[in-house]
Design a protein around this ligand. Structure first.
Ligand SMILES: Cc1cc2nc3c(=O)[nH]c(=O)nc-3n(C[C@H](O)[C@H](O)[C@H](O)COP(=O)(O)OP(=O)(O)OC[C@H]3O[C@@H](n4cnc5c(N)ncnc54)[C@H](O)[C@@H]3O)c2cc1C
Length: 321
């Protein structure tokens, strides 16, 4: 019998596995993708906003070349942490559903079914993009993840969204030789939360016409060579090679609901949990990391949620006595 199953081998899931190991608990940890799958899918040349010491887990020092580490350094670091702690991981094994009876959980993956006394959701949100919801969105030219500008050189690009990632993608593809960059934005302006150094840059590129932007606009149809959209004045059809849909991501609320987790009646669908134990309203179901914020996906990050791991495993260890 397993004491605790941890879903998600992101930084916080790994921190949970380390704490479980320290406490002598029998644990398993699953990820549907690679080790730290979300970080792996970040833009190739991203830099963290945290200094490396703030991303450390399991007492393993993280030294980076500059004060703010790169994606590559972070991948290397979390590989090193995993080896140092000799964590046993089930990678490429996706948890598909969980059944809860009175005393235990049956966790079904794409590979097998496991039984456990407790479950930790360290599932983040980055694996589930918000869809635009229009015909043609399933074409391979529509991307919900952006890694680097090279594939878009000489191409007609549409960027959907107006938050930080959309702004970064529009500026980078424009500067690295996209033939045209057009932003299609549902709101009336560029997001007011966009980084203070990037906002004037994008606003000025739009003003001078280097990047085209349509506000109060929405896409109606995506085709192989064209995209159709409308704003409050008229409808448009433009030539298009790639749609970079930077429309955000959302946690897997259905899986949380399926094991009895309930949500606050706030704007963010914040899951209900006790912050002294990180146990949700559903006995034996714990929440760790960024998933704790519901739709407020910027509330928790590595720096401020590493602490969840020890809080959870203290509680699990007490209950397993
Ligand atoms: C560009 C960018 C820069 C950032 N910079 C910083 C920074 O400087 N400092 C900082 O503290 N934070 C930063 N963050 C945020 C930080 O990366 C996240 O807060 C962090 O990844 C959250 O860790 P987590 O373990 O909670 O979730 P994640 O890292 O998202 O891990 C969740 C894991 O769960 C897996 N998973 C989901 N569902 C299932 C399932 N059903 N079965 C199996 N596995 C599943 C996923 O594949 C994933 O690997 C940044 C984020 C972005 C996008």
């Amino acid at each position: 019998m397993i004491d605790v199953i941890i879903i998600g081998a992101g930084p916080i899931g790994l921190a949970c596995a380390i704490e479980a190991k320290k406490k002598g608990l029998k644990y398993m940890i699953f990820d549907k993708g690679v080790l730290v799958n979300s970080l792996y899918n970040y833009p190739l040349n991203m830099t963290f906003f945290s200094t490396s010491d703030k991303l450390e887990i399991g007492g393993v020092p993280f030294i980076s070349h500059n004060s703010k580490p790169t994606r590559a350094e972070a991948l290397e670091y979390y590989r090193r942490v995993t080896s140092h702690w000799k964590l046993k991981l089930n990678l490429y094994e996706s948890v598909e559903n969980i059944k809860k009876d009175k005393v235990q959980f049956k966790v079904k993956t794409n590979n097998a079914t496991y039984k456990s006394d407790n479950i930790v959701f360290a599932t983040g949100f980055y694996d589930r993009p918000f869809l635009i919801g229009v015909p043609g969105e399933d074409l391979s030219k529509v991307k919900h993840y952006y890694t680097e500008p090279h594939p878009y050189f000489g191409m007609d690009i549409v960027v959907v969204g107006s938050a930080n990632s959309a702004v970064d993608v529009a500026l980078e593809t424009y500067r690295k030789g996209a033939k045209s960059v057009t932003m299609i934005i549902r709101e009336k302006e560029i997001g007011t939360n966009v980084k203070y150094w990037a906002r004037p840059d994008i606003v000025n590129r739009i003003k001078e016409g280097s990047i085209k932007a349509y506000f109060n606009a929405e896409i109606t149809l995506i085709e192989k060579d064209f995209i159709h959209f409308k704003d409050n004045k008229k409808t448009y059809t433009i030539a298009n090679d790639f749609v970079l849909a930077m429309t955000g991501y959302e946690p897997n609320f259905e899986m949380l609901e399926s094991v009895g987790v309930r949500f606050q009646k706030d704007d963010y669908k914040t899951p209900i949990y006790n912050d002294g134990t990180m146990e949700s309203n559903s006995k034996g179901v714990y929440l760790a990391g960024v998933v704790c914020g519901g739709y407020k996906t910027n509330k928790w990050f590595i720096e401020n949620s590493r602490i969840h791991a020890s809080i959870i495993m203290n509680s699990v260890a007490l209950q397993q006595k």
